[in-house]
Ligand binder design. Structure first.
Ligand code: ADP
Length: 457
């Protein structure tokens, strides 16, 4: 696997190479164009100069002066007059004009420019005292081109070197925080949820670090919840199991009376029912917690459902001489929801109201209709709750009654809350210790069809 570092280096080299080649192509093209122009100007200027020398100097001194000029100006040239050609300097033979070309040039008084590699030649004709002269001037431009190539190559080397140094520094700045994050992620994967990363900047890395820290905090919280859950579950299972094993051992004693035997068997039965209830609740919560938990929605009459639930809980109320009042509008409300899960909500709320109300108390179930919603209230005259307890009652295994004198496992309201959330309903609690509690479920207007149908009519 290639590291980010090596990928960045390969990327840098490829980019530099590509940009350098494109730059090279255009620079050389432009240089060639400009240098041709300069060469033409220089050769033209020299040919004018040579023409002036021929015009001004006596015939006898001409050859010597022209030879000197060729040497000092680094030019090679030929002078043709009356079919006679004289060469000065190292004239390149390949560029020498043929007789017919010389003739055409002499008659047309034209000019000609041609090149052979790095040697350029300029030719022109002119007249002195009715005599036609043709001169061809050559110059080797290799030195100029060499200078250009050398400057260009050293510029490229300097660019690559400084570019590489700057790139290595920048790559280090980018790669270092990523390597650091990889290290702490490894730590986190090993179960160290305390790891955090700090970063000063305000760029993508800082938001990456912030997300990592958030994730670590959430994982740490989940781990605490998980540990708490395991400890709660084992505690909730341990109590009935201890009772079952203790009383089963006592039952083995043959000297027990029938009455004692009956009593201990009832205790075992009670505790095994408690275990069964606990595991059913846990299973239900696990099912509700699943990511793909879906509701099996249908339309059903709410008042009828509540009546059924009240009937179911009637015996428990009667055993404590608790009166259940049911107040509701005459009209039935058809709601669209998961019928069996909503029944579970009403059962849990009503059984709690009965459970936490002392003998001869009153539990009131009331359905209220407002402009925006239906409210289903469960009001009791029971033990009530402290403000601290209210903030915890929807947590798993939470019970205000730490001595556990009242039967329960602290899962009923967690199930209620989860079902309410899945339906996008709301639930709230008002309570006062030794006065009573009110649990209210709010079903928004658009969730029930009874009124909708009426409105459409
Ligand atoms: P439990 O099985 O203990 O009743 P719940 O989840 O149903 O579990 O309730 C959690 C806790 O909330 C209870 O232990 C109790 O302290 C408190 N609680 C719930 N309903 C009432 C109520 N109507 N009156 C007073 N306290 C209540």
């Amino acid at each position: 696997m290639k590291s980010i570092y090596s990928k960045l280096i390969i990327g840098f080299l490829l980019t530099s190479l590509l940009s350098f080649s494109i730059c090279c192509f255009f620079t050389i093209r432009s240089y060639n164009h400009d240098s041709d122009q300069l060469a033409l100007e220089e050769l033209e200027h020299s040919s004018d100069h040579i023409a002036d020398l021929i015009k001004l100097i006596d015939d006898k001194d001409q050859d010597k002066i022209l030879a000197d000029y060729s040497e000092t100006s680094e030019m090679s040239f030929t002078v043709t007059c009356e079919g006679q050609t004289k060469s000065f300097g190292h004239v390149n033979k390949k560029l020498i004009l043929k007789d017919d070309e010389l003739k055409t040039l002499a008659t047309s008084k034209d000019k000609s420019l041609r090149s052979e590699g790095i040697i350029s030649q300029y030719a022109k004709a002119f007249k002195i005292d009715n005599q036609t002269y043709v001169i061809t001037v050559q110059k080797d431009f290799s030195a100029t081109k060499d200078i250009f190539m050398k400057s260009y190559t050293s510029a490229a080397i300097i660019f690559m070197m400084t570019g590489s140094i700057v790139f290595l520094i920048v790559a280090d700045i980018i790669v270092k925080p990523i390597s650091r994050l990889t290290k702490v992620t490894d730590e986190l994967a090993k179960g160290n949820y305390k790891v955090r990363v700090n970063y000063e900047g305000k760029d993508e890395i800082s938001s990456l670090y912030a997300s990592f820290n958030q994730m670590a905090v959430r994982l740490a919280k989940q781990e605490t919840i998980r540990q708490q859950f395991i400890s709660d579950v084992s505690h909730e299972f341990q109590t009935p199991l201890t009772a079952i094993s203790g009383f089963a051992t006592i039952l083995k004693n043959e000297n027990l009376t029938d009455e004692q035997r009956q009593k201990y068997a009832d205790i075992i039965l009670f505790n095994s029912n408690r275990l069964s209830h606990l595991s059913k609740n846990m299973l239900q919560l696990t099912l509700l917690d699943g990511e793909d938990t879906s509701l099996d929605k249908s339309e059903f009459p709410l008042i009828e459902q509540l009546n059924r639930v009240i009937e179911m809980e009637d015996n428990a109320a009667l055993s404590k001489d608790i009166e259940i009042e049911f107040i509701h509008p005459k009209k039935e409300f058809i709601i669209e929801a998961d019928e069996s899960r909503m029944e579970q909500v009403w059962i849990n709320l009503l059984s709690n109201a009965i459970k936490y109300t002392n003998e001869h108390g009153v539990v009131t179930v009331e359905v209220r209709r407002t402009a925006t919603e239906l409210q289903v209230r469960f009001e009791d005259t029971g033990v009530g709750m402290s403000q601290d307890a209210i903030s915890h009652i929807f947590e798993r295994f939470y019970r205000q009654d730490k001595s556990r004198t009242i039967e329960g496992n602290g899962l009923g309201l967690s199930i209620v809350k989860r079902i309410i959330d899945l339906h996008h309903y709301k639930i709230d609690v008002e309570s006062q210790e030794d006065v009573g509690s009110v649990f209210t479920v709010y079903i928004p207007y658009e969730m029930f069809t009874g009124l909708t149908k009426k409105k459409k009519d």
